[in-house]
Design a protein around this ligand. Structure first.
Ligand SMILES: Cc1cc2nc3c(=O)[nH]c(=O)nc-3n(C[C@H](O)[C@H](O)[C@H](O)COP(=O)(O)O)c2cc1C
Length: 303
């Protein structure tokens, strides 16, 4: 089971820079085995902490019945929490701050339920650097919060981006499939081989995230009227490269460009499944046996 990563996006812009960067971070983390959940706080109903102190007096959590009651179990369950937020008026957005204030109710005895988890910050701002944008106050605030609740401050991805689209995203995927049945007439099964490539890049002057995935598979299928039974063997390999500037706060001459390459697990996967064709629809269910087993169901249009 991969690490559980909870991304809390505090931007109100659906396709804004925070959304683009955090979805790339999520894709990158998923591709190396993490179990990522991304939540847009703007879509939730989160009230401000009203300082009733019920949580402090009863240790029963927060008494306010709103969407934080959905987030509390997710926070407890996560290994890494990513606060993804633009800088607004030299601080976090109100959406992010409302959520963070309500962590107050996660105190249990002498500790917080968040103790030992990692916290990372993904932050964008319109101004040119951490000081003029006010982003520095966000970093200081989160470092303090980590000390207070016992979390590890795992890292910061930050950079300048003002308008939607300032963060460049490239996605290229292609595949090639060859059906061997046409070579060997009379073969009782349909046998095909396929190679697939996927490259993804999110490029920003300060930060680059690149992931690549290669998969090769051979699969066989046999039709019994509308029912198709199929199986296959697939090899997958995934890599993530991550480049950013590590800033020594207040000492820009010591800024360092960091390159991290993460090689995902190279996996063999065995798939066994059945599909039923009904007019232009094909319903399929398959079981995948690999480093993580999965049951997959789907509906395809076939012309
Ligand atoms: C209300 C408001 C306040 C802002 N305050 C700041 C600020 O203090 N410093 C800064 O550098 N950028 C500021 N910005 C710019 C945003 O941080 C920037 O546009 C960012 O890319 C928005 O991220 P998003 O696309 O994910 O929403 C502000 C933007 C808005 C709408």
């Amino acid at each position: 089971m991969g690490k559980k990563v909870l991304v809390l996006n505090g931007s109100p812009r659906k396709n804004g820079n925070t959304a683009v960067l955090s979805s790339r971070l999520s894709d990158g983390a998923s591709s190396v085995g993490a179990d990522v959940e991304s939540i847009t706080l703007h879509n939730l109903d989160i009230s401000p902490c009203d300082a009733c102190d019920y949580c402090q007096e009863n240790e029963n959590g927060c008494i306010i019945e709103d969407d934080m009651q959905i987030l509390y179990p997710k926070l407890r369950d996560s290994d890494v929490v990513v606060i993804a937020s633009p800088v607004y008026f030299s601080g976090l957005t109100a959406q992010s701050k409302l959520c963070l204030d309500r962590w107050y109710a996660m105190e249990e005895g002498d500790d917080f339920e968040l103790k030992g988890k990692k916290l990372a910050l993904l932050m964008v701002y319109g101004d040119s650097d951490l000081y003029s944008s006010g982003g520095i106050t966000v970093i200081l605030a989160l470092e303090n919060i980590c000390r207070y609740v016992g979390m590890d401050f795992a890292g910061i991805v930050h950079g300048t981006a003002m308008d939607i689209g300032d963060v460049e995203v490239n996605l290229l995927g292609w595949g090639l499939k060859y059906n061997f049945s046409q070579l060997i007439p009379g073969l009782p099964l349909d046998i095909a081989a396929q190679i697939l490539f996927n490259n993804f890049e999110a490029i920003h002057p300060d930060t680059e995230i690149k992931t690549s995935n290669v998969a090769f598979n051979v699969h066989a299928s046999k039709s019994f009227g509308a029912l198709i039974v199929y199986g296959g063997l697939q090899y997958e390999s995934t890599n993530m490269d991550y480049t950013y500037t590590f800033e020594q706060l207040g000492m820009p001459e010591l800024d360092d460009r960091i390159d991290i390459s993460v090689a995902g697990e190279n996996n063999m996967r065995l798939t066994l499944g059945v599909a039923v064709k009904v007019a232009v629809l094909a319903f399929n269910v398959d079981y995948n046996i690999g480093s993580q087993n999965a049951l997959v169901a789907g509906i395809n249009f076939e012309f």
